[in-house]
Design a protein around this ligand. Sequence first.
Ligand SMILES: [Zn+2]
Length: 208
Amino acid sequence: MLPVKKKTTTPQQRWARKNRDKLAAACRRWRARHPEKQKAATYNWRQRNLKRWNAYQRSWRHKNRHRTNPILRAFRAANKNTLYAKRRDYRRRNLEQLRAAARKYYRANCERKRVEHDIAIARRKLASGAYTVAEWRLVLRKWKYKCAYCRRRLTKKTATADHIIPLSRGGTNWIDNIVPACLPCNQRKNFLSKAEFLTRLRKLRNYQ
Ligand SMILES: [Zn+2]
């Protein structure tokens, strides 16, 4: 609404400003007398201000989620099979786009995804500890983006997190137990500790 200039204020406007309660009551009476017009006006406004209306509804639902969530849950429980079928059908029809979107997301967030994945695995193995993407990046920088075992050059995509003391032998998932490794080294190291694996690498090199 544009600000009303003093000069152009009509007597009606001045009255309305002083008698807000009376005006509101009059509006209420008018709406009660003309429910159809009131409804049409409301729909009209919503159509013209769809973004604002949707935002309002979203915020209302968010604020009242303790009221809406049980209703939604009940609805989902009652229509479980239909909803599953719908989702399956949607997935089948949009498989390629969904896969492409997932790949794109992974490429953009590969470090975060990897850290999340490692934390999930550590939790499954009942190991304590977690680290952040920032900590992981620091470790990579500290090792100059090279494998801690074979010194192969790594990128943020090819680097994997290796546990110096393996989780299976009581190691933690805290950052001080983690070094960057290339995938072959990580897989070959397996349950060995860092020192044991280095010894084995040295022996292998001597045989060659
Ligand atoms: Zn390596």
